[in-house]
Write a protein of this length. Structure first.
Length: 278
């Protein structure tokens, strides 16, 4: 079967790899390279780099997508227009890491962790022209452990999704799977995570919420707070909280990084800045 894959980050590569093993990947559609760092060198997406090494055509423009039977989408990050979806005989299957219609949008895994959910999952839908709206083709559940971060949980979800999708394609294209319409009245939505969302107030915020936020925003954007000290000439500096844990519902900070400095233990930081004020 001829398949076009839509995606960008490294954690969706398990899906692409298993599709490549069993089907004909005629192209990948991914975000164009972006300048990064002081030298503004172009950085290509992990999906782009993987496909390029295997001489699979890499597409940035919707107008240039080749003919194919099926599209598979995982963390592509752009709205795919209706004219593109309709070009595929069997449409596009989209992998979304939540139990739709709950947590539609850009940050379902982070939101589930922050909200203290103990279970999430992934849903494969037949894409339509609305965000995470199409009918459900398959889904599975996954427990969230107290130690899970955004990174560990999304890795598991997309590894399991790869297995589900590869087993799904044959019955799906033969019309043997009944689609289930989502209940829009039960839909909840998530936002695009920005750097400023990582701010926490160590004096006012609930310790459990801070700990969940730390796990949800690992590795990016992380969490941070504003720090004032006589050592900074009255100016505020950003203090990243790199590691922390809960002890009897109290937040215990383990490792931090002051703006412009190397990471240090909390003990070392307090010794260096005993009069720091949060």
């Amino acid at each position: 079967m001829k398949i076009v894959f839509f995606g960008n980050p490294d954690y969706v590569l398990p899906v692409l790899k298993i599709l490549y093993k069993h089907h004909d990947i005629v192209a990948v559609v991914t975000q164009p390279p972006k300048p990064s760092g002081r030298k503004q060198l172009l950085v290509y997406s992990p999906v782009d780099a993987w496909a390029h090494r295997r001489k699979i055509p890499v597409i940035f423009n919707f107008e240039k997508i080749p003919a194919a039977d099926l599209g598979i989408c995982a963390a592509y990050g752009r709205i795919i227009p209706k004219f593109v979806i309709s070009n595929f005989k069997f449409g596009i299957l989209n992998i979304h890491p939540s139990l739709l219609p709950k947590y539609r949008g850009a940050s379902p895994i982070q939101t589930a962790i922050i909200e203290g959910e103990t279970q999430t999952g992934a849903t494969i839908i037949k894409m339509d022209d609305k965000v995470d709206h199409g009918p459900i083709v398959a889904r599975f559940k996954e427990d969230i452990s107290p130690a899970d971060t955004n990174e560990t949980l999304r890795t598991r979800l997309f590894e399991k999704s790869a297995q589900v999708v590869i087993e799904l394609i044959k019955p799906y294209t033969k019309g043997k799977i009944k689609h289930c319409k989502q209940n829009d009245k039960e839909a909840t939505f998530t936002k695009i995570v920005k750097k400023e969302d990582g701010f926490v107030n160590l004096k006012k915020d609930d310790p459990q919420e801070i700990e969940r936020k730390l796990r949800a925003y690992a590795p990016w954007p992380g969490i941070w707070t504003q720090l004032r000290s006589s050592s900074f000439a009255g100016q505020a500096k950003r203090l990243k909280i790199l590691k922390a844990h809960l002890e009897k519902d109290k937040l215990v900070i383990d490792e931090v990084q002051l703006e412009g400095k190397d990471p240090v233990s909390w003990k070392q930081f307090k010794e260096a800045y005993p009069k720091a004020n949060f």
